[in-house]
Write a protein that binds this ligand. Structure first.
Ligand SMILES: NC(=O)C1=CN([C@@H]2O[C@H](COP(=O)(O)OP(=O)(O)OC[C@H]3O[C@@H](n4cnc5c(N)ncnc54)[C@H](O)[C@@H]3O)[C@@H](O)[C@H]2O)C=CC1
Ligand SMILES: O=C(CO)COP(=O)(O)O
Length: 355
C-alpha cells in the first residue's frame, strides 16, 4: 500500500491554475485529462488543425485516444506561443526526435522562471542528450523537471490507479507538479536524481521490446523474470556509469516502469517486440503501430554509447543484432545463455569481466 501520511505526497491542493500541455498524442491527451479533471485550465497544443477542431467540437482525440472524453476546461490550440504564455507550468509530450526542434523554434515564448516538465522518454541522437539537457541548453532561464514512471496512457484515461515520479532539483518544482497532478487515482512521488529518473524511462523501452519478443516465442515465466531482472542489472550498470544514482532504479521510474512495460501488451514497445517475434519485419511492425515506440531509436544510441564507454550490455547487443543485423533469434538466445556465468547483483559481488 502507498504510504498514508507522507507529507511529500498528499493529494492535489491547488485548483484552477493555467497549464499547458504540448504534444497531441496519447500521453499529452492523458495528462491533459488528469490536469483538467483536477480543475485546471489546460492549453493543449498540437500541430494538427483538424485534431484541434475535433477536440473543440467533440472533446475527443479520436486518433490517439478513441472514445475518451476530455471533460473540464481543455482548450486545444495550434498556437504554441499563446498556450505557453498563459501557463504557469508547461508539460512536454513531444517525441524525442522532434523535441529540440519544437523547443528551439519557440524558446523565446517561455518566461524566465517558468516551470517546464518533460514527459518524454527518449534520447537525442546527436550527443546522447536527455530531454532535460536539451531544455537546459535551449531554455536555461526556465525551471526544469522530468516526470517518469509506470504510466500507460490508456490506463490513466480510465482513472486506473497510477503512480509516477517528478524529478527536479528545485523543491518548488517538485511540489508544484505534485499539487497539479495528484488526485485519488494519480500519485506523484518525488526524486532529485533527474538524470537517473529520465534515463530509466528511456532505457526500459529497450527491455520492453525484448520482453515482447520473448512473449511471442512463449519462452515461459522463468524467462520473463530473468529478462526483467537482468534488464534492470544492465540498465542500472549503464546509467550508474554515466552518473545516475543506482537507488533510483529501485523506485517507480526504474523497477516500476520496467515491470509495466515488460509485462503488458498495452506498451507499444512491447507490441513491436511481439510482432517481430511473430515474424514481422521491424518497419512493418512500427508502421502498423501508428504511434511512437521510442525504444527502437534508443536501442541504436545505447548500443553505440555502451560500446564507446565499454559497458557490457548483452541484451542491448542481442536485440540490436536481431532488429538491425538480421541475426536469428535462436542464435542470439543461445549465445546469451552460454556466455560466462556471472554475478547476480554486481553492487554486492563485482562482475567477472568478460565481454
Ligand atoms: N503513451 C504512453 O503511455 C506514454 C508515453 N510517454 C512518452 O511520451 C512521449 C510522447 O509519446 P506519445 O504521446 O505516447 O506518442 P504518440 O505517438 O501517441 O503521439 C505523438 C504525438 O507527437 C506529435 N508530434 C510528432 N512530431 C511532432 C512535431 N515535430 N511537432 C509537434 N508534434 C509532433 C504527433 O503529432 C502526436 O500528436 C514519448 O516520448 C513517450 O515515450 C511517456 C509515458 C507514457
Ligand atoms: O512509458 C510508458 C509507460 O510507462 C509507455 O510505454 P510505451 O511507449 O511502450 O507504450
Amino acid at each position: 500500500m502507498p504510504d498514508q501520511k507522507d507529507p511529500q505526497t498528499t493529494g492535489a491542493s491547488s485548483t484552477g491554475r493555467d497549464v499547458a500541455v504540448l504534444g497531441g498524442g496519447s500521453f499529452g491527451t492523458a495528462m491533459s485529462k488528469v490536469l483538467a479533471d483536477n480543475g485546471h485550465t489546460v492549453h493543449f497544443w498540437m500541430r494538427d488543425k483538424t485534431q484541434v477542431e475535433e477536440i473543440r467540437n467533440t472533446d475527443v482525440n479520436s486518433r490517439y485516444m478513441p472514445g475518451v472524453k476530455l471533460e473540464g476546461d481543455v482548450q486545444p490550440t495550434t498556437d504554441l506561443a499563446g498556450a505557453v504564455d498563459k501557463a504557469e507550468v508547461v508539460f512536454l509530450a513531444i517525441p524525442s526526435k522532434a523535441f529540440r526542434a519544437v523547443i528551439r523554434e519557440h524558446s523565446k515564448d517561455f518566461a524566465d522562471g517558468q516551470i517546464v516538465i518533460s514527459l518524454t522518454k527518449g534520447i537525442e541522437e546527436l550527443g546522447f542528450k536527455l530531454m532535460s539537457e536539451i531544455l537546459q541548453e535551449e531554455i536555461p532561464r526556465c525551471r526544469i523537471g522530468v516526470l517518469s514512471g509506470p504510466n500507460l496512457a490508456g490506463e490513466i484515461v480510465n482513472k486506473d490507479l497510477t503512480a509516477t515520479v517528478i524529478a527536479a532539483k528545485d523543491p518548488e518544482v517538485r511540489r508544484a507538479v505534485q499539487d497539479l497532478l495528484g488526485c485519488e487515482y494519480f500519485r506523484v512521488y518525488a526524486n532529485v536524481d533527474v538524470y537517473g529518473v529520465e534515463l530509466a524511462g528511456a532505457l526500459k523501452n529497450i527491455y520492453a521490446i525484448v520482453s515482447g519478443l520473448a512473449a511471442a516465442l512463449d519462452l515461459g515465466e522463468n524467462a520473463k523474470a530473468m529478462l526483467i531482472t537482468r534488464g534492470l542489472a544492465e540498465m542500472s550498470r549503464f546509467a550508474v556509469s554515466l552518473g545516475a544514482n543506482p537507488m533510483t532504479f529501485m523506485g517507480l521510474a526504474g523497477v516500476g516502469d520496467l515491470v509495466v512495460t515488460c509485462t503488458s501488451p498495452k506498451s507499444r514497445n512491447y507490441r513491436v517486440g511481439y510482432a517481430v517475434g511473430k515474424g514481422k519485419k521491424l518497419d512493418d511492425a512500427v508502421a502498423e503501430l501508428g504511434q511512437v515506440a521510442e525504444g527502437i531509436y534508443t536501442l541504436k544510441l545505447v548500443k553505440e554509447k555502451s560500446e564507446a564507454i565499454g559497458i557490457y550490455m548483452p541484451l542491448v547487443r542481442g536485440l540490436y543484432e536481431i532488429l538491425y543485423d538480421g541475426a536469428s533469434i535462436s542464435a542470439v538466445i543461445n549465445s546469451l545463455m552460454m556466455s560466462v556465468q556471472n554475478s547476480d547483483v554486481e553492487f554486492i559481488l563485482p562482475r567477472t569481466i568478460s565481454q
